[in-house]
Every structure is written in structure tokens, then in C-alpha cells.
Design a protein around this ligand. Structure first.
Ligand code: ASP
Length: 316
């Protein structure tokens, strides 16, 4: 059982921007201890027994929703997944009406994914419980950035001084935004690379160097993080064709050879194989962290649930 000598006193977990280095390191350290709990045969504890967690996912999700569900159950929480498709939301109930309704059931933790940037923050102003952002539009996906950092830290050790390239559809990626903010806090040199149509106009102000040529972007990097081409969020003119996209921005062995020898490859999933990443790279366990990222996701979410529940308990 982890000790409580960690520093994190936020009422909600909405974004990485605004957190400090100590808070991030506290979360990563706590998550580390939950990796060990998750590897044991007996994975469940009664740490947060008696508390209720509601998962409210307005966008489809496989790994994030199941990861939050497993994380809650491993801490002894009662976890409820709201079935959005068959709920009043499909009858036109607004986000805020749904929030007020759920709030009346006295949940302690509300995990929200929504297609609108800022939705989790809006909810947090209307409910009494702690709100966790599980991805809001193109804004942030803070637990993804934490799990990515934990996967790197457990493989390479300290992140200080590493060079990481984040490549692909930056414009639509909440993963990229959260990662740049977090990696900056941990003194990582970050590069962003994508076609001009998939890079936001203010990308040069994010705290990263911007590239359009992928070979140059990955040169001498320790880690190459590839993002999904988010076709559901873009108009068709953003790329000429998927085949053309792979030719210029897909990660294959040849392109990866420009990075440091043994450089690690990451992808938040779900992957478009043959579009942004070649299958043989994604499946090569000697360099690919993709499954480790999923494993770290559960531990990081346990840490966030625990820190928020503990901070609230202490505030009462
Ligand atoms: N699963 C991540 C997200 O929800 C990445 C992606 O969908 O491409 O943002």
C-alpha cells in the first residue's frame, strides 16, 4: 500500500497545464506502486471502499473507459458505467442536466470524456464530486500524458534531458497537448512534426520545436511518439490520401533509423496500421511501448483516483 507522503491537493484532474513538477512526480511515484499491485494475483484492495465512481463517456472509448473501470475496482470503488447510448442523453438531455442528475446520486468521482473542449471543466463547476478529464475534444487527455511519462520512466529511467518527437495529427490531438505540457515540466526536449495542415498555427508557442520533415524530426531522438490520424475530426482536404500520408509521415524501420539506436516507439492507440505506423514496428516488443502504455494506464488512473479521493477526504 503506498504511503500518503505525496503532494497533490487539486480538487479535480482536468489538465496537465497548470500542474507543477512536484505534483506530476508525486502522481508518477504513486502510480509506480500501483504497477506492482496490478501484477499481483490479488489485485484488489479496499483503499477506497464505500466510494462511488461514475464513468460518463460521450465519445467511444475502448482502452480508456475499461482502464478507468479496472483502476476503480482495484481500489475497492463501486464503479458505474453510464450507458450514454440508451440513457436520457440520447433523448436530448443536455450535458449539464445529466451532470446535475448524476450529482444527486452522490458519486465521489466522475470520469468524463466528451467531444467538446472544456466539457470536463464545465461539469466540474456544477457537481460536488471530483471530476477527471478522460479526454475533452482536442484540448487535453491528462491521464494519457501521465501514463506515457511513466512508460518512458520505467524503461529509460529519469526523463531529464531526453529528446522526444511527437509526430502526426497534432492539430486534433489532445494527447499531444497534454504530453507537451507534461514533458516540458520534466525537462524533456520536445519536437512536434506533421504536415502543415495537421499542425495548429500556434504550435511554435507550445514549448516544442516544430518540424514538417519526419526524418529530421526523429533524428537523434530517444523516443518517437506517433499519433493517430483522427479522420473523424478533420475535413477530407487535410491529407491527399492515406497512402501518401504514410509515405511522408508514417513511421517505418527506415525512418526510425534516423533516431538514436534503440529508440523507443509509442502510440496512444487505437492505431491505424500502415497509415501512421508500420505493423512490424508497432509489434516489435524490443522497441515498442504500446502494450506497456496500456499497463501503465491502469496504474496512473489508480493514482489519480486515489489522490483526488484522499485530497477531498482531507479537505472535509
Ligand atoms: N485514445 C486517444 C484519445 O482518446 C488517442 C486517439 O483517440 O487517437 O485521444
Amino acid at each position: 500500500m503506498p504511503s500518503d507522503s505525496y503532494f497533490f491537493a487539486q480538487p479535480h484532474f482536468l489538465r496537465i497545464a497548470g500542474l507543477n513538477r512536484l505534483e506530476v512526480i508525486s502522481l508518477l511515484d504513486k502510480a509506480d506502486s500501483y504497477v506492482e499491485q496490478s501484477r499481483r494475483r490479488q489485485k484488489t484492495s479496499d483503499r477506497l471502499q464505500g466510494l462511488t465512481q461514475i464513468n460518463l463517456f460521450f465519445e467511444p472509448s475502448t482502452r480508456t473507459q475499461s482502464s478507468f473501470e479496472i483502476a476503480g475496482k482495484r481500489l475497492g470503488l463501486d464503479v458505474i458505467n453510464m450507458p450514454i447510448g440508451s440513457s436520457s442523453v440520447s433523448k436530448g438531455e443536455t450535458l449539464l442536466d445529466t451532470a446535475v442528475t448524476l450529482n444527486a446520486m452522490h458519486p465521489d468521482l466522475l470520469v468524463v470524456r466528451h467531444g467538446a473542449s472544456g466539457a470536463a471543466e464545465l461539469l466540474s463547476q456544477k457537481v460536488d464530486c471530483a471530476v477527471i478529464n478522460a479526454g475533452d475534444g482536442t484540448h487535453e487527455h491528462p491521464t494519457q500524458a501521465l501514463l506515457d511519462a511513466l512508460a518512458i520512466r520505467r524503461t529509460l529511467g529519469d526523463l531529464d534531458g531526453l529528446r522526444v518527437a511527437i509526430c502526426g495529427d497534432i492539430a486534433h490531438s489532445r494527447v499531444a497537448r497534454s504530453n507537451v505540457a507534461l514533458l516540458n515540466l520534466l525537462n524533456v526536449e520536445v519536437r512536434l512534426c506533421g504536415p502543415p495542415t495537421l499542425l495548429p498555427s500556434d504550435a511554435d508557442r507550445w514549448g516544442a520545436e516544430v518540424f514538417h520533415n519526419m526524418d529530421e524530426a526523429v533524428a537523434d531522438c530517444d523516443v518517437v511518439m506517433v499519433l493517430r490520424l483522427q479522420s473523424e475530426r478533420m475535413d477530407s482536404a487535410a491529407i491527399p490520401s492515406k497512402r501518401e500520408y504514410f509515405r511522408f509521415y508514417g513511421l517505418d524501420r527506415n525512418r526510425l533509423s534516423h533516431a538514436k539506436p534503440g529508440a523507443l516507439v509509442m502510440h496512444p492507440g487505437p492505431m491505424n496500421r500502415g497509415v501512421e505506423i508500420a505493423s512490424d514496428i508497432a509489434d516489435d516488443l524490443s522497441i515498442s511501448l504500446v502494450t506497456k502504455q496500456v499497463e501503465m494506464g491502469v496504474a496512473v488512473r489508480m493514482a489519480v483516483l486515489d489522490m483526488l479521493a484522499t485530497a477531498r477526504n482531507e479537505a472535509i
